[in-house]
Design a protein around this ligand. Sequence first.
Ligand code: NAD
Length: 342
Amino acid sequence: MKVKVAVNGYGTIGKRIANAVMLQDDMELIGVSKVTPDFTALLAQKRGIKIYTNKQKEFREAGIETQGNIEDMVKVADVIIDATPNGVGATYKELYKSNGKKAIFQGGEKASVAEVSFNSLANYKQALGKSFVRVVSCNTTALTRVISTLDKSFGVTKIRASIIRRGSDINEVKKGPLDSINFDPPKSPSHHAEDVKTILPNLDIFSMAVAVPSPLMHVHVIYGELREKVKSDDIIEVLSSTNRIVTLSAEEMGIEGTGNLFELARELGRHRSDMPEVIVIEDSIKTFGNEFSLIYTVHQESIVVPENIDAIRAITGIERDAIKSIEKTDKSLGIMKGKLKA
Ligand code: NAD
């Protein structure tokens, strides 16, 4: 029997997860919630997605058919993906709980909203059978993907991360910065280091962040220390053999920045120009004794989508093996791994 999934909050993250659920043979999208009867709601309806809202009259007037209110949607679902804005998810927890439903929250919620913070490669098993799971944020997902992979092969003893954040998502037309690089936050460490520790509690990690006037991707500049001395090729080998991580030589591919990677996503024919893979720049990887340097990019709008699909399998227990779920998700969504060559 297919798991019935509802998506509460059909925005940047929610709409992508909804599409991804529709591509799974072990899940069924029973509906999404919408607040405003805008073009996104109309297009969702055209795609055959059932819409639930607490503003049914407004939707009817806009010609959009609805199936009931958000509580009605919760009642018919087995699992709710909560993709509402930062902090709003927690206000829904009681509704999910009182209806006896499992829910997956996003990284904008405090870690305490869920029993476990989740990353597929790092701690899939910890989410098995839980009622509430939090898929960590885009930056934390990328950090955890890369660090847990290196840790399994070489043992990571220290990470120092500079996070260069995109200023806003493409749809956030009123947000910036437009003409400034903002200290985000000025006080160090940024929250990312603590967030990674919700999954890798023993890691020595420190992070700082700035936000730049670009909507496309985040960039992470990492210095780290490993338990053993390795060559840069060893790091490339391990990262490129891992699901959801792609390595490439920016020099060989003629890639100078995130704009080119966005273009690459479009050339690949990716829906919404998504790039859920961490893109590791091979040329940036250097080793000095036990230390290494590394730059990679994070497409904030899509990176957490495959983790949400895996979290559904883990929370319901329909797949107990992490790698089986990861491979299934990646195949269904066309997610790459390996070395990308021109
Ligand atoms: P968003 O603003 O694009 O989408 C949120 C959606 O929820 C909107 O459609 C909004 O209308 C709807 N909504 C608002 N209030 C609601 C309510 N009370 N009930 C139901 N729906 C409501 O936000 P987003 O960027 O998709 O972020 C969602 C979550 O995902 C946040 O926790 C965020 O931190 C996390 N996240 C965002 C990104 C990113 O870069 N955008 C990346 C990873 C994780």
